[in-house]
Design a protein around this ligand. Structure first.
Ligand code: CP
Ligand code: NVA
Length: 328
C-alpha cells in the first residue's frame, strides 16, 4: 500500500493489518511518526476527520502541516491568475517538505492527480465517491460491539453516497451482509450493483437492494445512515429532503431491527432529518464510538504508509518474508 484512496483498491489482508496496527498503536502510542510531517488539505469542512487524525498523528510523534486548499487545488489545471500554480507544481513542492498528504476534495479525480503528480503518499480524507477512513473506523466499531464470530447484517438506510459506498465495500470484503434502502431515483447504478454482487460472491457475504426501509432493517445487527444532503449538494436540499423523508431512522424503524442492533452514523448528524434524537441518543447508538475510532484507525493508516518497521512487520516484502502481501 503506497497510497490510501479507496477501500476497494486494498486487499482484505491490508484492511486487517491496518486494524491490527491501529489497535496496537492506540495502546502503545509508539512514536512511529516522529520526524514525519503530514500535509492537511481540506476543500470542505471537517470536524472528525481533521481533528481525529491530527490528534492521532500527534500521539504517534508526528506533525501536521496545514495547507490552504486554495494554494493547492486548481482542479488539476493551471489557471493563470485565478489560481497560483498548477496542481502538478504544487504537489512537487509539497513533496519536497511533507512525508504524506491527507486531502479532502470535491472530485475523486483530484486525488488521482495528486497521487500521479507528487512523490509522497496521498490519503483520502473524503471525496465525492469514497470515505475510506470512515469505513475503517466503522468496521472497527462493528467488531468491537458485534465481534467477528459471524457475519454482521448491516442495513444502510439513506443516501447512496460516499459513506455508504466505502462502508459497503469494506463490509462485503470482510464477508458481511449489506442491505441498502433508499429511493429508487437515488439508488446505486447498475455498475455499482454489479460490483457489490461481485464482492459478495468473492468474499462470501451478500448484498441486497430495496426501496423499502422496513424490509431493509429486518434481522439487521446494525442500522446505518448518513446525511440526506452531502457537502456540495446544498442546492438539492429541498428535493432530497422530500424524497428521503420516508427513510428517516426513527425509533419506529429502529425497533424493527434486532433488539441488540446498533445505530451508526458517520456524523455530522442532522437531527430531525435522517435520524431522530431518540435513535441518536439510544443506548445502542454507537456514533461517538465511531467518532473515537476515526482517531484510532488514522494511526494504522499513516504508520503503515510511513514507518519502515511497521511495514516490515505487517507486509510481506518482495523476497517473501513473513507478513501480509504488499500490493504496489
Ligand atoms: N464523518 C466525518 O468525516 O466527519 P467530518 O466531516 O466532521 O470530518
Ligand atoms: N456524505 C457526507 C459525509 C460527511 C462525513 C458528505 O459527503 O458530506
Amino acid at each position: 500500500m503506497n497510497h490510501f484512496l479507496t477501500i476497494g483498491e486494498q486487499e482484505p489482508e491490508i484492511i486487517e493489518a491496518i486494524l491490527d496496527i491501529s489497535v496496537y498503536l492506540e495502546e502503545t502510542n509508539e512514536p512511529v511518526l516522529k520526524g514525519k510531517n503530514i500535509g492537511f488539505v481540506f476543500e470542505k469542512p471537517s470536524l472528525r476527520t481533521k481533528i481525529g487524525t491530527e490528534v492521532a498523528i500527534n500521539q504517534l510523534g508526528g506533525d501536521v502541516v496545514k495547507i490552504e486548499a486554495d494554494l493547492l487545488m486548481a482542479n488539476g489545471k493551471a489557471v493563470p491568475f485565478t489560481s497560483r500554480e498548477s496542481l502538478y507544481d504544487a504537489m512537487m513542492n509539497v513533496s519536497q517538505w511533507c512525508d504524506a498528504v491527507f486531502a479532502r476534495v470535491y472530485a475523486h479525480n483530484t486525488l488521482e492527480k495528486m497521487k500521479q503528480y507528487g512523490t509522497i503518499p496521498v490519503v483520502n480524507a473524503l471525496c465525492n465517491l469514497h470515505h475510506p477512513m470512515q469505513a475503517l473506523a466503522d468496521l472497527l466499531t462493528i467488531r468491537q460491539n458485534f465481534g467477528t464470530d459471524k457475519p454482521c447484517n448491516i442495513a444502510f438506510v439513506g443516501d447512496a453516497n460516499n459513506v455508504a459506498f466505502s462502508l459497503t465495500e469494506i463490509a462485503l470484503m470482510t464477508g458481511n451482509n449489506v442491505t441498502y434502502a433508499g429511493p429508487a431515483d437515488y439508488s446505486w447504478n447498475e455498475d455499482k450493483l454489479s460490483y457489490f454482487s461481485l464482492l459478495s460472491v468473492q468474499y462470501g457475504g451478500s448484498f441486497s437492494n430495496t426501496t423499502n426501509p422496513q424490509e431493509a432493517v429486518q434481522h439487521a445487527d446494525v442500522v446505518y445512515t448518513d446525511t440526506f444532503v452531502s457537502m456540495g449538494e446544498e442546492h438539492l436540499f429541498e428535493e432530497k429532503i422530500r424524497h428521503f423523508q420516508p427513510y428517516q431512522v426513527n425509533l419506529e424503524l429502529f425497533a424493527q431491527a434486532k433488539k441488540s442492533a446498533g445505530f451508526m452514523h458517520c456524523l455530522p448528524a442532522h437531527r430531525g432529518y435522517e435520524v431522530t434524537d431518540d435513535v441518536m441518543d439510544h443506548p445502542n447508538s454507537w456514533v461517538f464510538q465511531q467518532a473515537k475510532n476515526r482517531k484510532v484507525v488514522s494511526k494504522g493508516v499513516f504508520a503503515l504508509l510511513l514507518d519502515e518497521n511497521i511495514r516490515k512487520n505487517y507486509l510481506k516484502d518482495t523476497s517473501g518474508t513473513p507478513g501480509l502481501p504488499l500490493k504496489s
